[in-house]
Design a protein around this ligand. Sequence first.
Ligand code: F6R
Length: 608
Amino acid sequence: MCGIIGYIGKQPAGPILMSGLRRLEYRGYDSSGIALVSKGGLKVHKAQGKLAQLEKLLPKRLAGTLGIGHTRWATHGEPSDANAHPHCDETGRIAVIHNGIIENAPQLRARLESDGHTFLSETDTEVLAHLIAASGEEALEQRVREALLAVQGTYGIAVVDRDQPDRLVVARNGSPVILGIGEREMFVASDVSALVRHTRQVVHLDDREIAVLEMGGFRTLTLDDQPTDKQPLTISAGQEQYEKDGFDHYLLKEIHAQPEACERTLRGRIDRQFNTAHLGGLDLPPRELLDIRRIKILGCGSAYYAGMVGANMIETLTRVPCDAEPAAEFRYRNPVIEKDVLYMAVSQSGETFDTLAAAQEVQRKGGRVLGVVNAVGSTIARQCDGGIYVHAGPEVSVASTKTFTCSLLAFALFGLHLGRIRDVSPGEGRRLCDALLALPEQIRQVLDQSDAIQQIAVEHLAHNHSAFYIGRAGCYPIALEGAQKMKEISYVHAEAYPASELKHGPLALVSPETPTVALIPHDDLLEKSLSSVEEIRARRGPVIAVTHAGDTRITERADAVIEVPKTESVLDPVLLSIPLQLLAYHAAVALGRDVDQPRNLAKSVTVE
Ligand code: F6R
């Protein structure tokens, strides 16, 4: 959410900032802008809309080897040229880019206005530029520090000063800021994706930390002016992981990358000797695991739905009560934290504000939180008391796909690990290990049906105003996730219900124009799911069944059928979720949607 990039070194900064913004555009695409410092002073270029709008108005030659760039997801103030970042003070000396929300901006702005300051935008960020310019301090880092002491809220900021062209100052509180270390050059970004083409050596800033970047290196200090010592981390993701690799969209690439991504999630984690899972990062010895009486999973959006599936898997395998809750709701209801409850925070980006805040709330009250996180070294991963890296690889498309699937596998591994300490027998453990290892190949088999699924999407879903998704038990969250994918990338309205709930209300809306995607695994609830299909058919509602092969009652009743391979029942949701991604993707393409950057959304929601 909002992309930040900055550079100081020997090279022209303009092209580096623009290529960084291209990488970061998925974090926000309401407007973009850059500020460059050169002998000619401080120059700002910005434009409403996607990055292409900014590219159009940039001069051919961009002077300056120091600069900052921003791509915006609007919070304060509508998308417009004036509200685009960078923001400057009145004299045009200071330029600031910002990700986050300054909560006391209205009060600060009123105070500055009464001191004679004039504002050009509606943003909270402009207040920062004025505060920094108005500081009585000399060095830019001290000006920034003084300004930030007056601020309440969250920020990842980068600041340049026309009169101090030897430095770039950045700071963080609640929004990610990552330094990239080069050869006599330094970079900063809100996301490693913008750094990998320049360097593998990175440093994650912590909250209330400021960094001063100079050509020869960096130093860090706290808001209380204490120096800090930061150790660089080497990142493994290469630039190639951020390319489309011949696919039309990142989303399609990421859907098709799932077999390999799942292999990575499983790699080195299946212990064949004891038919269990080996999870090195848990940092929880079996004796402590035995003390766990309940598990609560916290996440947002698709990560929350993954948590719901995970809760079902873990409870089924371990008989330890487990549920999932949206992180923001949990946090604000003053939750009771108990010693024998284990909390798990699930997040692709590892930067989602609400998930991070929920984890911090648990820890503040003495609870233990394990992370199920994709982005290595991210804030949530560092905040948690241990965890499982999902290893899905970088996810660029705004809608989550491969991380969703890999998170399910991470939960299954955890369920297996805990289950084998408790009730799961060696034989059951062996079956689960076999089933987990077979999943990547089974996902390939589902992906091979992409053309047939495309036809179903176009024929039955893309041109309707609304669709229902139904499932039961572990498949209900898969229905929720399928409906979410359909809504967010195709803008076709989709609602998910537990199949059993249809007759309690939603059935009133079923008609020949309202198709239902029904998840019907061959499990204990098969007969019940078939009854739901009958209820829909009786109202002449079209049914798209996502199911297993071999039951003619389904093929006879459904208008379209997608079959996935059978696995252990507890893992069925993994395979049943893949066709739903493809249905949403193909519907979105048929409708000409911006699949990778759907309207109003951005990846990594780092604001509340
Ligand atoms: C939907 C989607 C979002 C994210 C949610 C949490 O496709 O991607 O709902 O799942 O914003 O993000 P992370 O997983 O980064 O915490």
